[in-house]
Ligand binder design. Structure first.
Ligand SMILES: Cc1cc2nc3c(=O)[nH]c(=O)nc-3n(C[C@H](O)[C@H](O)[C@H](O)COP(=O)(O)OP(=O)(O)OC[C@H]3O[C@@H](n4cnc5c(N)ncnc54)[C@H](O)[C@@H]3O)c2cc1C
Length: 333
């Protein structure tokens, strides 16, 4: 690990000042906020990230709370851990899919330390990206080695020129629930729908996965209490049953009318694209129909229609279809 300066922030404003105070020409050397450290420290040990300064956010009071306003909207502090999320009674009752997504992450030890904002900002798990000596496209190199190399775990949607998949289990579910982020930076505060947070390799800076500017930090995640919220689920397929990242995952949320027809639907795929991948045509196909096997199968076919698999990952197409069907079937009862 490269030597770095350690600072402990006393407030959000202090954290932003500490992050903004150190200039770095190389983006991999920019100061970084540290939450649970589960991902940042690994990338530092592997020299993928070499920040000149690390700013500990865990010393900021008040960012570790889950709160609900009288209308039932949730406000989740950036430092809330995945374990807090999965075990909070009101989250489990009002946003069951979110509790399931949190519970699907790794092990209890990792969920005890890993935070919500850190989970959204974690770096990709592509083998080539994680290998210290491989300078792939995302690390400023000229080639995505996964495109023609080992690509079993890589993208079937939204790939090119890089084929990473986004590793977060919370991201697809939070997107399905219509979450918004509160962000603070040197230019003040901003609110950003999660839908606008993640960037595809083609649509943004290739070396990043989101639109956070230098010295900006996420302070809170808000989730509206919509009619979709309590009929939500998260299904994840992983290669190892113990702990693993998603080979494919589905976040689904629906609102049913009194006649049981679908009034609203949100379907977001995980583990298949560089960003959580919403499938609006499949959502639209569900509207107005009863949530039966036929509707679920039709939505699954539509959702995967545009997939462009690489040499080793076409299995993700039938796998993801099966997850969509299973998730929708679960939500009808
Ligand atoms: C063995 C292992 C298995 C895992 N399996 C899974 C899995 O199956 N599914 C899954 O979703 N995740 C998985 N993870 C990832 C784990 O959930 C994340 O590493 C963790 O949630 C990151 O949270 P953290 O608080 O530790 O973040 P950190 O490691 O502290 O930070 C991660 C990144 O986020 C940035 N950051 C942190 N907080 C903020 C903030 N408030 N604002 C802006 N930027 C911020 C940091 O600068 C850093 O770039 C796994 C991790 C390990 C080590």
């Amino acid at each position: 690990m490269k030597a770095f300066e350690w600072s402990a922030a006393s407030s959000v404003e202090d954290a932003v000042k500490l992050l903004a105070a150190v200039a770095a020409d190389d983006p991999d050397e920019s100061p970084r906020p540290l939450a649970g450290g589960q991902d940042l420290l690994t990338t530092m040990k592997d020299r993928i990230t070499r920040p000149k300064r690390v700013v500990n956010l865990k010393t900021i009071p008040g960012l570790d709370r889950i709160q609900f306003d009288p209308a039932g909207n949730a406000k989740i502090g950036a430092l809330v851990t995945l374990h807090q999320l999965e075990s909070d009674a009101q989250i489990r009752a009002n946003f069951p899919g979110l509790a399931e997504a949190a519970r699907s992450v790794a092990t209890i030890q990792i969920r005890n330390l890993g935070t919500v904002a850190g989970n959204l900002c974690q770096r990709p798990r592509c083998w080539y990206f994680r290998l210290e000596n491989v300078i792939c496209l995302k690390k400023g190199g000229s080639q995505c080695y996964a495109a023609t190399g080992e690509n079993k775990y890589n993208a079937i949607f939204g790939g090119g020129p890089s084929y990473i998949v986004h590793p977060s289990d919370l991201a697809p579910m939070l997107l399905a629930l219509g979450a918004t982020l509160s962000i603070t930076g040197p230019n003040g505060n901003r609110q950003l729908p999660l839908e606008k947070f993640f960037t595809t390799p083609r649509g943004g800076d290739l070396t990043k996965e989101n639109v956070l500017a230098d010295a900006e930090i996420i302070t809170e995640i808000q989730i509206p209490d919509s009619p979709l919220a309590n009929r939500s689920t998260y299904l994840k397929f992983k290669e190892r049953s113990s702990l693993d990242f998603a080979m494919s995952a589905v976040a689904a949320a629906v609102e049913l009318a009194p006649d049981r027809a679908v009034r609203q639907a949100r379907l977001v795929l995980g583990g298949v694209a560089p960003i959580p991948w919403r499938v609006p045509k499949a959502e639209a196909a569900l509207i107005g129909n009863p949530l039966d096997d036929r509707a679920a199968s039709a939505a699954a076919e539509i959702a995967l229609a545009g997939a462009a698999p690489l040499a080793q990952n076409a299995y993700k197409i039938p796998l993801t279809k099966a997850l969509i069907k299973r998730a929708l079937t679960q939500l009808k009862s």
